[in-house]
Write a protein that binds this ligand. Sequence first.
Ligand code: MRU
Length: 347
Amino acid sequence: MIVEAVKWIGGIDGYLELIDQRRLPAEFTRLKCRDVETLFETIKTLAVRGAPAIGVSAAYGLVLALQKLDASDSMEKSLEALKHAREYLASSRPTAVNLFWALDRVWGAASPVETLQQLREAVLREANAIYQEDVDMCRRIGQHGEKFIKDGAGILTHCNAGALATAGQGTALSPMFEAHKKGKKFKVYADETRPLLQGARLTAWELKQAGIDVTVICDNMAGWLMKQGKINAVITGADRIAANGDTANKIGTYSLSILAREHGVPFYIAAPSSTFDLSIKSGAEIPIEQRFAEEVTTFAGTQTAPAGVNVYNPAFDVTQARDIAAIITERGVIEKPNTERVSEHLA
Ligand code: MRU
């Protein structure tokens, strides 16, 4: 059974229910988000994370923003509140383009309407559509990507691009779920993914729940596993893909792509079309989130570096298109991505 990371409960007066991913795997708890400020905080602190899940949550955040309004409020005031919430949520995390994509889509669906009731309904309808499309896209990514998982293979993944990171069954993990359904036997190596351990905490948890053979490794072990021939493919998700196929994903992905190139291991990206940003030509233009020093200087609450030491903590890096064997989307596969092939695929 696929976990539901993000779920809207009820109608226009409803709320957003999220699995609190900060507490996994020790505790499985759900959060109820009833206002935009709480949602902002859950995105910022990674209670909900993963590019598609952030996008879907933010879309529902605009439904929450409209709940604060009174029936007597003018349309101008209502649209102003919506615009404010859109800008506020957009400032929560800078790299995953799905966030801006979803907010823009809901904003676009907000007119033309005449009453607050119609506005609320239009916004919820669009958020539900984004949710449902994400569920479908995830499944199709799995169906297109499953062929890259050969019987007996060793697959390496980084961070978490599973059900917890989407509304559906994930992106990078989706081909694994599909291959497993078909009865293929394979082994997944999950990079622990410092500093926040999304691989060890979330990917290992999800795959174990699904009965898929998963082994956690520290990030610095991947090269040695490749050298030993244990890895036949690397599959990761993406936070933003530029027009030329350069791909931002969790910090450490770039290093894996270089290791994969050196060892002749194919490197795949799995992502929905909502993760492409055709407004930027290459990965050099992707904004990279810088996060708090404490994420690096502490481990599970224990200080592991001297107080006050300088810290550099970029949350993402960019893998060059030339090192990507293929990008798997809900539409199919872009082999050896470049500007022409990406644009053809998305046309
Ligand atoms: O900082 P996070 O946990 O939000 O980073 C998530 C990733 O890098 C994922 O690989 C990416 O968002 C794809 S999720 C389907």
